[in-house]
Design a protein. Structure first.
Length: 120
RNA sequence: CCAGACGGCCGGGCGGUCGCGGCCUCCGCAAGGGGGUCGAGGAAAGUCCGGGCUCCACGACGACAUGGCGGCGGGUAACGCCCGCCGGGGGCGACCCCAGGGAUAGCGCCACAGAAAGCAAACCUCCUCCCUUUCGAGGGCGGGAAGGGUGAAAGGGUGGGGUAAGAGCCCACCGCGUUCCUGGUGACAGGGACGGCAUGGCAAGCCCCGCCAGGAGCAAGACCGAAUAGGGACCGUGCGCCCGCCGCAAGGCGGGCAGGGCCGUCGUAGGCCCGAGCGGUCCGGGUAGGUCGCGAGAACCGUCCCGCGAGGGGCGGUCCAGAGGAAUGAUCGCCUAUGUCCGGAUCUUCGGAUCCGGGCGGCACAGAACCCGGCUUACAGGCCGUCUGGUCCC
RNA sequence: CGGAGUGUGGCUCAGUCUGGUAGAGCACCGCGUUCGGGACGCGGGGGUCGCAGGUUCAAAUCCUGCCACUCCGA
């Protein structure tokens, strides 16, 4: 129940994506993830994007669907509250084997969480 | 069985687990949750044509400009689409491809080569006659365009007659033109007579002829409508003076002084602003935003009738995505289907074919954004039907 | 949604309107010059004209359909 509410919030507005553009990022395999701290609320939000470089509408939608599925599986245990995550599709995201894609997302999320702990 | 032509269709299925979007319904103060139901394509694509729909413009009709179309007859809401037929070309054939008419309405172009590229003419050459001659030939007045050569194209073609040599000069057939008859709705086809080659090609060069087109697009358009600024009406309160301009006037505009405000506060000095309004209530336009437009239709399924066909009509049934930058996914199993490899068996025209078992690989192009009809382009693999040419057997 | 333009040697561009020879600069190769290099001089190679059909005797050029890219307007 708590997990379900966890990543329900979706980023849709262009301004929200732009706000995350300068945030720390980590690229792993076929995915690049950005994480931006928001102080006002504790819930986690996520956005998904794929540029025309990925391919046509079919490729881009499929890329976003796979990233969405990966986020749905992994964010509840790996995300930190109060952060916005933006998942950017890179080349090969549609053809990458599913376990490998999960590994990419998982290691990137862990790395971003560690970066947030260590500095300052 | 092999090779091929044309047309149509499909483009995985079933079941778990976890998820997504719309609508309905129930629980809940709410956040949210439960249940039900529906949920991409043949091209949804490119945006190349044609319509619906909406707004704008516009008396009717016509003309001009611009753009498009072009055999004939149908289909259609319409089309540049489709069907049938005509003509030309290709193929042994099934079948495929192409095309409006006009070059005597006019303008323009036809490079190079060639004597000559549209005016007819004559480079080599052919022939009669005449002259010269070293007897090889050369020159001249004429006749002619058959042959050579150039070219994509040289003023009909083939054959025969004819002639000094030749020529539609004459004849036959073909082609071309004019005219008549017959068949056909028509494009056109068939036939007869006459003419006697005159009139080359390019109009997807300009153009002539006929026909069709008002413009923009759902970000069209309609309704509701916040904050801020500005407009108007009413109420309350306040309103000194001078100059200039406009105006019949009420009044309006500009400038100055008095006065007021601000520069943290007080005093002094200075600067800037206001200088006739200020406050309240209401009204209208309108931005952000929201709602509608927004899916029951040139719809789909079945069936009957008309038509060669495209298609049209009748009857019965069904409701079938619609939302925001946008929903169908992930994963597992089985089945189906197929490619390849290995092993075994059978047949063999020694190329291979069929069957069984196992391993590996494995679903193409691609995602509705107002909606339809077409066109074009992309597409792994597969199915069905009709037909053609071969080969073998009965 | 609507409109405009571009595609030609390795690069930047002419040539397309008005159809017949594809050209310029830089770059590349060879030779000369120099002790050597650069610069300079001479000579040379290199292009399916984005793709596919069509018109024409003949197409980079004309017509049609695709592909890729760029730029405007709402």
């Amino acid at each position: 129940m708590a997990d379900a509410a966890f990543c329900i919030k979706r980023l849709t507005k262009r301004a929200e994506f732009l706000a995350c553009a300068k945030a720390p990022y980590c690229a792993r395999g076929a995915v690049l993830i950005q994480a931006r701290r928001r102080d006002e609320a504790a819930l986690v939000r996520a956005g998904f994007t794929a540029t025309k470089r990925i391919g046509g509408a079919v490729e881009r939608n499929r890329a976003k669907r796979r990233l969405r599925e990966a986020a749905r599986l992994l964010l509840p245990e790996l995300a930190r509250p109060g952060f916005d995550y933006v998942f950017v599709a890179r080349g090969g995201v549609t053809s990458r084997p599913w376990p490998r894609l999960l590994d990419d997302v998982k290691s990137a999320l862990i790395r971003l969480a560690a970066e947030r702990d260590s500095p300052i």
